[in-house]
Design a protein around this ligand. Structure first.
Ligand SMILES: [Zn+2]
Ligand SMILES: [Zn+2]
Length: 234
C-alpha cells in the first residue's frame, strides 16, 4: 500500500477532526472514557516482566532473569490501547503521543519507582530515516515534560536494525536477533553510572528489545532499570 508523504498526512490530520482510536467519538484521539476503561494488567503478575499469573517471578523470568528489574505498564496490549499503539506507529498519528504519555506518567507515579533518567528505546538511523520519527522518543519527551525526569537518549546506541521480526520470528529467534543490537555509547557511564533509568517504549512484546537495552545500560554501570511502556502484550 502506498504511504502518503509525511507532509500530506500532517495536512490531513489538521483538516480531519480528531476521532478517538477506541470508540470513534469526535473531539480527542484517545478520549477520557477510553483512557479510563482500556484494559489494564491484572494485579496478580510477575513483578519483573509483568506477565499476568500467580507466579512471581514467572516461569520465564525464573529460568532466565531479564537484564531489566521491573516493567511498569500503563495498559495491557488490547482494545483501545492496542489501537493507539498501532495508530501512533503505523499511521503517524503523532498527536496521540501526549495522550499516551499521560497514563504512562500516572503508572510511573503509582508504581513508586522514581527514575533518575528516561531513555527512549533507540532506533537505528536507517530505521529512523524510513519512519521519520521514533515513537519511543516522542513518548519520553512528553513524560519528561510531565515528570521533570531528565532524558538520557545518548546513553545507548542501536548498532543493528533488527526490525521486521516482530510477527514472524519465534521468541527464541527474536531474543537472539536483538541480544547484541545495543551498546553503551563512549562516555555514557559518566552520566548514567549508579543511577536508575526507565527505558521508555510504546509496547513490550517479548521483552527481548528491552532486555538488550537494559543489558547495555548495566554495562555502563546503571544501578537499576525499569521498562515503562504504554502497553504490555498479554
Ligand atoms: Zn474513546
Ligand atoms: Zn516474569
Amino acid at each position: 500500500m502506498p504511504t502518503l508523504p509525511a507532509a500530506w498526512r500532517l495536512l490531513l490530520g489538521l483538516l480531519l477532526p480528531a476521532r478517538c482510536v477506541g470508540c470513534g467519538d469526535g473531539g480527542s484521539y484517545f478520549c477520557g472514557a477510553c483512557a479510563a476503561s482500556a484494559p489494564r494488567l491484572p494485579f496478580e503478575r510477575c513483578q519483573v516482566c509483568a506477565q499476568p499469573g500467580p507466579r512471581d517471578p514467572c516461569a520465564s523470568c525464573a529460568l532466565r532473569r531479564p537484564a531489566f528489574d521491573r516493567v511498569i505498564p500503563a495498559y495491557a496490549y488490547d482494545g483501545a490501547a492496542r489501537n493507539a499503539v498501532r495508530r501512533l506507529k503505523y499511521a503517524n498519528l503523532r498527536a496521540l503521543a501526549p495522550l499516551m504519555a499521560a497514563p504512562m506518567a500516572d503508572a510511573l507515579a503509582e508504581d513508586g519507582w522514581p527514575p533518575d533518567l528516561l531513555l527512549p528505546v533507540p532506533m537505528h538511523p536507517a530505521q529512523l530515516r524510513r519512519r521519520g520519527f521514533n515513537q519511543a522518543a516522542l513518548l519520553a519527551g512528553e513524560i519528561a515534560a510531565r515528570t521533570d525526569v531528565e532524558r538520557a537518549d545518548d546513553a545507548v546506541a542501536r548498532k543493528l536494525q533488527g526490525w521486521a521480526q516482530a510477527r514472524t520470528a519465534s521468541r527464541e529467534e527474536r531474543w537472539a536477533q536483538v541480544a547484541y543490537a545495543f551498546e553503551p555509547r563512549d562516555g555514557a557511564s559518566s552520566s548514567v553510572a549508579d543511577r536508575r533509568v526507565a527505558i521508555v517504549d510504546d509496547v513490550l512484546t517479548t521483552g527481548a528489545t528491552a532486555d538488550a537495552v537494559a543489558r547495555a545500560l548495566k554495562w555502563a554501570g546503571v544501578s537499576e532499570v525499569a521498562v515503562l511502556v504504554f502497553a504490555r502484550r498479554i
